[in-house]
Design a protein around this ligand. Sequence first.
Ligand code: NI
Length: 135
Amino acid sequence: MKVKVSRKAHFNAAHRLYRPDWSFEKNDNVFGLCNNPNFHGHNYELIVSVTGEIDEETGFVIDMKVLKDLIREKIEKQLDHKNLNVEVEWFKTVNPTAENIVVYIWNQLRPFIQASNELEVVLYETPRNYVTFSG
Ligand code: NI
């Protein structure tokens, strides 16, 4: 019997979407307002879900406190109030789109989730725009 356990979190971060090998005009056409050279911020909302069998002894799929601490250490401390392009190594060469950020988050968490459990991450860049990655 598998159960999906979810924890919500959030972080604020700035980014700019552009490719240095494209002209400003082409970046502007493709990325619009997100190509602002002075960066801009988003209030990112996150839902991290772990799906697996209920442990017979504890009754947990994953201890919520363990999941909460993991998200704080591996995601919030790394990304909150950061300029993603400038301060997060991965995004110095990868465009910090919602798609790439959700993959980054999944990769940061996956090693710490029991191998037999599934991990899914949903990332909201705005209340209406969100992406999902589950490996
Ligand atoms: Ni943006």
